[in-house]
Design a protein around this ligand. Structure first.
Ligand code: ATP
Ligand code: MG
Length: 310
């Protein structure tokens, strides 16, 4: 495990921001922390960077105790904080020099890493420009550049796509995947379930400082779903066809409406093939098939009784 957190507690006066959290993050993962505003994502990350003192628990990173080997550990971490942290009155290039030197890079190595990074974040033609004139997305990309120059083993990104244009957002999501393929483990926080779902291999849902659920997206969705819902649009549908589909084992429901069948079947019953067979035997023409899958939003709703965007 690259990160192991045991029974972590962080309180702010009377408020418990991290409430007995346990996490294990595998090397090579893109680990998503999904939770609404105030869930405790940033506080949890700050404790991992020693920016926030903890009340109880242990944190191990790279197999080492964070509090006894802080300096060694932090050299191998890249952090993209929730609030952009770059210097407005340094150029793009100067910002990269500054952060590269902080991590001990110099000379040709520093220069080469900066060139590679500029290309990676798509800001080659802005290297002499000042970030104060940048869009939110460009600032974010520069901030990511500053965090990855030293090729860290672990990259932590705290809501890096909030409030930016779709193009920068896609570019950032792509770059997360590439950084992971090149060998970095990524911790990625967001309250956008769609992007967590798109890029993360393991997802932990947190709310009120507690872990609500954790697993792959399939595992999380299986928590709430015992059924598949299939809709099929036909050139012509009738009750007779519907009754025949209903007689298939583990089909629980079939409704026909405007030539559209809505079928509820037990999860993983592999009934889709049987249903299509019945339709084909009746010579009905299939125009559209949809397997409606449960979403992470649905998981959150079922487990907490609230929506993610409350
Ligand atoms: N410095 C602080 N002093 C007091 N309370 C704090 C402080 N920082 C955070 N909190 C509280 O701790 C809880 C968790 O906040 P945190 O910022 O970690 O949530 P988050 O999941 O990162 O939310 P967001 O999505 O809005 O960034 C909240 O109730 C917040 O009000
Ligand atoms: Mg936060």
């Amino acid at each position: 495990m690259i990160v192991e957190i045991n029974n972590l507690v962080k309180r702010y006066e009377n408020n418990i921001a991290v409430d007995h959290i346990n996490l294990s993050i595998k090397e090579g993962d893109i680990y998503g922390l999904l939770g609404p505003n105030g869930a405790g994502k940033t506080t949890l990350i700050n404790t991992m960077l020693c920016l926030s003192r903890i009340n109880e628990g242990q944190i191990k990173i790279f197999g080492k105790d964070l509090y006894s080997q802080e300096e060694e550990i932090k050299k191998e971490i890249g952090i993209v904080p929730q609030d952009v942290a770059i210097y407005d009155d340094l150029t793009t290039y100067e910002n990269l020099v500054f952060f590269g030197k902080l991590y001990g890079l110099k000379g040709n190595l520093l220069k080469n890493r900066i060139d590679e990074t500029l290309e990676f974040i798509g800001l080659q033609d802005k290297k002499k420009a000042y970030p104060k004139k940048f869009s939110g997305g460009m600032k974010r990309r520069l901030n990511i550049g500053c965090a990855i120059l030293h090729q860290p083993k672990l990259i932590i990104m705290d809501e890096p796509t909030v409030g930016i244009d779709p193009q920068s957002r896609n570019q950032i999501l792509e770059s997360v995947k590439i950084l992971n393929e090149k060998g970095s483990t990524i911790i990625y926080t967001s309250h956008y379930m769609e992007e967590i779902e798109e890029i993360c291999k393991t997802i932990t849902i947190i709310d009120h400082g507690r872990v609500i659920a954790s697993g792959t997206k399939e595992e999380l969705k299986n928590l709430i779903s015992f059924e598949d819902r299939i809709t099929i649009r036909l050139a012509k549908a009738n009750n007779n066809l519907c009754n025949e589909i209903k007689s298939i084992d583990q089909v629980k429901e079939c409704i026909v409406e405007d030539n559209r069948l809505t079928i509820v079947s037990s999860k993983n019953s592999k009934n889709l093939g049987r249903i299509i067979d019945v339709i084909t035997q009746q010579n009905s023409l299939i125009q559209e098939i949809n397997l409606e899958k449960p979403t992470l939003e649905g998981v959150f709703l079922t487990l907490t009784g609230r929506t993610l965007r409350d």
